[in-house]
Structure formats: structure tokens, C-alpha cells
Design a protein around this ligand. Sequence first.
Ligand code: CP
Length: 358
Amino acid sequence: MARLTEIGWEDFAGLSLEAKKPYLEREEGDGLPYHTLFAQQFDRSCLERLCALANRIRFINKSKEGALYLKNVLAHKRAMLYFSQPSSRTFLSHLAACQILGITTGSVRDAATSSEFKGESREDSIRTFSSYFDMIIMRSPVQGLAEKMAWELSNSSRPVPILNAGSGKDQHPTQALLDIYTLVRSFEEKGGIDGRTVTFCGDLMRGRTVRSLSYLLTNFKNVRQIFVAPPDLQVPADVVMILAKKGVDFEVTDDLKAAVKTSDAVYMTRIQDEWDSSKGESAKIDTSRFKFGAEELALLRPDGVIMHPLPRRDEIATCCDHDPRAMYWRQMRNGMWIRAALIASTFGFERSIMECGY
Ligand code: CP
């Protein structure tokens, strides 16, 4: 078993994501992550186990007795939610997931209210949280910070797991987990995810959810991926390279209507102008053909689904909201269940929850 205590930071940072995976697993060697940093940590077996655990938690939580059982599972643990970038869903669904499992939480949502305002580094802040909490759930604009801190804390006197809730423009692994869980639930009585066509549309260059979900979909058989975006916002070369290397059938296009006609799932994304290098840069891009409205809805197959990591602006028209194929509201709630499953498994409670009598 590979351990982060047995490899220096420079050597670890230089590994491929696949090679990093074993260093981030639970010591019990059950294949599930201890630190959750990127989508490459999840193979199909992991995904199936987490979705099964999320289903189980969702079912147990329906009864008062079951909910009280769950509230006791991790009542001895504390989690820190360190979100130095804005968030509604990721913050609240992690908070709710902790509450379901009985975990006590603390939070910093604005670094200016912490001692970072006095010049403390992010690294020292996170090290400080590890003194008081048993898990750190973090969102940061700094690419790679979650990974660096996973290594730092594993090599500290008080190792605690890091859960990456969004890092830079790079990865958003728990969003991809909830997206997979949503696809699993959407197609569970219709043959599953294998063989499906998934279209991504919008700002694919800077949408970290796209990179993570595109990778997770490669765990399934014969899933075709279509990327629809203006040229300046098309899917980045590293994602294309991974898909090509894995022999995935994919297409890069600017024709949303044609893609919708052949898709089982359409994953819309917002223009991520918070990453603009100069103010107003994104506003110059014509995005009018990359929006989902009544015309696209009419083209979508009857059992297709529309997804969005949210928040949205106008890339999905509100006239779609009450259509049974609009999955984005359920997708958001699925985040709470899959994050509860991930947190429970991080602390080694997968089996006891799966086998409990509720
Ligand atoms: N999908 C997502 O990350 O939403 P928030 O930014 O609201 O957390």
C-alpha cells in the first residue's frame, strides 16, 4: 500500500493522477478514498459502491428511527468547511450531509474573517483547522491547493482527510459524483449509463465540473461524449487527450440542436466569467447559440435528461423547469446523498450502514 508519508511532495506532485490514486486511498485498502481530490480516484466499482451507499442513506433517512440512527453514525466527528470561493449548493449540501451523519461542523466562508486577513498563509490556516477538526472540506480558487494540503496534513502530527469541493479551474470531484449519481438514478430502470450519449454545452474551457464528469464517464462502456461550445470556450486539450487515449467516442462541435437530437443527457454550463483575465472578456463571445430553450426541449428524446451543475444564468430557459426531463433540481439534492455516502465511507462506515437493520 502506497502512503503519502513515504513520498516527498515534489515526487508526489510529479506523478500522473492515476499514479497518485493509491497514495490517497484509505489505509484499510478497500479502494475508497481517504483524501478526495480528483475524479481519477474513482473507478466503476467505487462509483457503484458510493451510489449504492447513497441510495441506502436516502432510504434509511426516510423514517424517524432511521434518521436518528444515521445521526449517531459520526456524532463523534467534526468537519471544517473552508470555502474561500463563493458557493451555495456545494457548501450547503456538504453541511446537510454532515448533519445527516451527526457530524458537528465549523466554517470559514470568507478568508477576510479569518487570520488570513492578518497575513496568515492559506497553508497555515488549513493546518490550524486540522488541530480542531477531523475532516476539512475545502473550496479554493487555487489549483492544486487541496492536493498540497492533503500531502502536508498526511505528513503532520494530526493527519485528517481533505475533501476537495472545487479547486481552481481544475477539478470538482464531488460534483462529478453527484452528476453520475443523477445519471444512475435517471437511467436505473432503462438499462443504466452504458451506451448513452452525453452532451456538454457552454463554457467547457473553464468549467471544472466538465473535466471531472467527462473523466468519470469513461468508467462506463460505450458512452459517447459531445462537446458543444464557442471556439474560445471549447473543451481543453487535456480532456480531449484523455478521451482519445481511452478510445472514447467523442465529438467537438458548435451545433447544439444536432447534438440534442442524438443525446440521452444534455449537461449545460454557465459562462465562468469569474476566471476572465481581463474584465468583460467573456461578454465579447457570442454565446447565443449555446442556450437550451423550448426549441431544444422539443428535440430532446422523451426519456432524455437536462442537467446543470448550477448556478445558471440564462443558459437554460425557465420554461424548461417544470418539464419532467429537467433533472437539475433533483441533481442538486442528489449532491447531499452522495456527499453523505462519500463522507461516511471516508470514515470507514460504508459496511455498517449498508448492513444496518433499517
Ligand atoms: N455546482 C456548484 O458547485 O454550485 P455552487 O457554486 O453553488 O456550490
